[in-house]
Design a protein around this ligand. Structure first.
Ligand code: GLN
Length: 309
């Protein structure tokens, strides 16, 4: 394999040149203002070497990428009891779909579609004031990324709170089945704010390291989750991390990954590397267009697909 720094640099250069950038998310007004001509990539190998290029230090709205970390926290709180509140099957529907909730008694298909992530957030909120629950999520991100400077973009959170009628519908519908325990406004408020955490590719790749290394954050040697739990979170990322684009992502990239409508994607090459890529333009399924292409190129050049070189 060629030098990782060179590969990352070349991918960033190639992505900058491409005319096809996708469309920025416009249903959250604050995200519609983001310049689509940005691209960042950061890869951290098993030894902790960082290869990064492009806008790798620019903070962006992590949106649904946060759902990996809230899932990790909720599993830490209630363990496998979480699976009474949310399933773990791919949905084959858009990220904000409501149809399956009716068929399945208000239990969302997986923790990464909006309904599932709202149910997971509700588990974190239980027993706390919303502010404390949010503080816990933010501190967890800061701890994982080893960076106290990570913050929430309140403008993005407020923008989504004002316009989040679909999420409110999902939450109220789940509440009618008893899947949401707390006042809907509490849970939604925490959900919007953790989606609005702003991080760079470098920070996100750092925060994802424990999933690439059997639950241990290698730079500190501290165990974040058990080996088994890390493996299982990766499995859910592979099958559900890109909504109804998850099959295509597995086909093209072949790594567990999670996208967000801010244009970020995290991906895990088990035992080898953690990766974060960002480009705000999205494809039809709401996943970063250039982000996915960049990961496809990275995997081609490194042979890191979990399905073989
Ligand atoms: N906060 C966004 C929403 O609830 C997250 C969606 C996403 O990133 N796919 O719609």
């Amino acid at each position: 394999m060629a030098d990782l720094d060179a590969i990352v640099r070349e991918i960033a250069e190639e992505m900058r040149e491409r005319p096809d950038r996708g469309e920025v998310a416009s249903y959250i007004p604050e995200l519609a203002r983001v310049d689509p001509n940005q691209f960042g990539l950061a890869v951290i190998d098993a030894e902790g070497r960082v290869s990064a290029a492009g806008d790798c230090d620019a903070p962006f709205s992590i949106q649904s990428v946060s759902k990996v970390f809230t899932l990790t926290l909720a599993l830490g709180k209630v363990g496998d009891r979480l699976w009474r509140r949310v399933g773990r099957e791919p949905s084959g529907s858009p990220f904000n779909s409501i149809v399956q909730l009716e068929r399945e008694n208000g239990v969302p298909r997986n923790p990464f579609i909006n309904a599932g992530a709202i149910a997971v957030t509700d588990v974190i909120v239980s027993g706390h004031k919303p502010r404390e629950a949010l503080g816990e999520i933010l501190r967890f991100m800061q701890f994982l990324a080893d960076d106290d400077g990570i913050a929430i973009d309140d403008k993005v959170a407020a923008s989504e709170q004002r316009t989040g009628f679909r999420n409110a519908a999902l939450a109220n519908y789940m509440k009618s089945f008893g899947v949401i325990e707390n006042p809907v406004d509490f849970t939604l408020g925490v959900y919007y704010h953790h989606c609005a955490i702003a991080m760079s590719c470098r920070q996100l790749a750092m925060a994802t390291r424990f999933l690439a290394h059997s639950g241990v954050q290698p730079s500190t040697g501290r165990s974040v989750v058990t080996r088994e739990r890390a493996r299982r979170i990766n499995a859910i990322m592979l099958t559900c991390g890109h909504y109804d684009g998850s099959g295509d992502f597995a086909y093209r990239v072949g790594l567990p990954g999670k996208s967000g409508v801010g244009g970020g994607i995290i991906a895990v090459a088990p035992g080898k590397a953690s990766i974060a890529v960002w480009s705000p333009g999205l494809d039809a399924a709401g996943n970063s267009h250039l982000g996915r292409l960049a990961l496809e190129m990275l995997v081609k050049r490194t042979g890191w697909s979990i399905f073989g070189p």
